[in-house]
Write a protein that binds this ligand. Structure first.
Ligand code: NAD
Length: 370
């Protein structure tokens, strides 16, 4: 069975979700919808995605700049089983009546309030809550990062209390209408909305969050302090648990990844390696050196690539709604299609230094193959 998917809103999240849908064996990308003809509309055409006009947009404006349109949003909705709404905050709620009238399932994003959909969703933490639903909301980037980490900690060791300080990026890289400003802006709402949002996935999670916004565009970083009910025997066990979980990438000390600049450089470098075709970091990025167990208390840092982390969860949300697969199967299918996990060190040790045939020796030093 192939599920026909449309994407409404073709910006930061929408274009990545569209690419991800196009790579899944059991999903078909029928088209994408956009309000204005921009370079991103051109990108849809270049990739062969039928382009529809949504909202108050006019097809003539697209055609005037040489961008062929396949119709209006209503025509796209008539051809799909599910729409992924990736429009700006609050627009998804306005679109809900269109989706309901067309009789299509809908996946909303974290910028919408939780009650926009029947359930909030994060695949590792509550896949089954999405099964058979007609509408789901994939929680925001930071909440996805927290929910994934909770799926490692809660079932193994229990969480007594969890404090997270979120160091948030001020804007996405292409945004030129706001920040980053030269300052650190505390989010005065305490606790920040992230803790309550995580409880839309895990209602009992004893988490409390506070956030500051800093002048960077690359990633968010979470500083975590978790009191565990039944702690593991060692830090190594904690590291191993993160490493063994899909959608986590734990950088080993030998890799020289000191912070978010190298994390994103790593993501750019692996684009084109194996199945990893994009320069995104869809995994929670952790540093082995930054994971510590002290008595009952676990400490770890995790970096979250806000532009892409929710993309795999959007795919799993569709599979859950249509009951195409169970959680682990869907996660494995999604990750394989997107190349997640490529480049992950199997253990904390440096890999063997290998010289491939005919390469590397002419400069006097062997090449390291990662
Ligand atoms: P964006 O501004 O990059 O993209 C939104 C796109 O929707 C733009 O192309 C815009 O032209 C288009 N659009 C505007 N009005 C529309 C309408 N009526 N119909 C169809 N398209 C319309 O926004 P984004 O960052 O991709 O955010 C989308 C959603 O994802 C929001 O709910 C946001 O909170 C959430 N989200 C964003 C991030 C992030 O860091 N960017 C991370 C996680 C979740």
């Amino acid at each position: 069975m192939t599920i026909r998917v449309g994407v409404n809103g073709f910006g930061t999240i929408g274009k990545r979700v569209a690419d991800a849908v196009a790579r899944q064996p059991d999903l078909e990308l029928v088209g994408v919808a956009k309000t204005r003809p921009t370079f991103e509309a051109r990108r849809a055409i270049d990739r062969g995605y039928p382009l529809y006009v949504s909202g108050a947009g006019s097809p003539e404006k697209f055609e005037a700049v040489g961008l062929p349109v396949a119709g209006r949003l209503s025509e796209l909705l008539a051809k799909v089983d599910v729409v992924v709404d990736a429009t700006p905050e609050d627009v998804g709620r306005e679109n809900r009546s269109l989706y309901d009238a067309a009789g299509v399932h809908a996946v909303y994003q974290g910028g919408e309030e939780a009650d926009v959909a029947e359930a909030s969703f994060s695949a590792l933490a509550n896949y089954d809550a999405g099964r058979g639903k007609r509408s789901l909301r994939v929680v925001s980037c930071n909440t996805t990062g927290i929910a994934r980490a909770a799926s490692v900690l809660v079932p193994r060791w229990g969480v007594v209390h969890w404090n997270v300080t979120l160091v948030r990026r001020a804007a996405d890289p292409p945004e030129s209408k706001r920040g980053p400003v030269n300052g650190i802006m505390p989010t005065m709402e305490v606790p920040s909305h992230h803790g309550p949002d995580a409880r839309t996935i895990l209602p009992e999670l004893p988490i409390s969050t506070a956030a500051v916004v800093v002048p960077t565009t690359l990633m968010h970083v979470h500083v975590n302090h978790v009191r565990l009910a039944r702690p593991p025997a060692s830090t190594a066990e904690l590291v191993a648990a993160f490493r063994a979980t899909p959608r986590f990438h734990v950088f080993a000390p030998w890799e020289g990844v000191d912070g978010t600049p190298q994390v994103m450089e790593f993501a750019r470098d692996r684009a084109g390696v194996g199945r990893a075709t994009n320069a995104d970091m869809m995994e929670n990025a952790l540093w082995e050196r930054g994971i510590r167990l002290q008595g009952n208390d676990a400490f770890f840092f995790q970096a979250i690539h806000q532009e892409s982390i929710v993309v795999p969860e959007n795919i799993d949300a569709i599979r859950a709604m249509f009951e195409l697969a169970d959680g682990p199967t869907s996660i494995a299918l999604t990750d394989r299609a997107l190349g997640l996990g490529v480049g992950a060190p199997a253990a904390g040790r440096a890999p063997p230094v290998v010289s491939p045939p005919g390469v590397g020796s002419h400069r006097g030093a062997p090449r390291t193959i990662l």
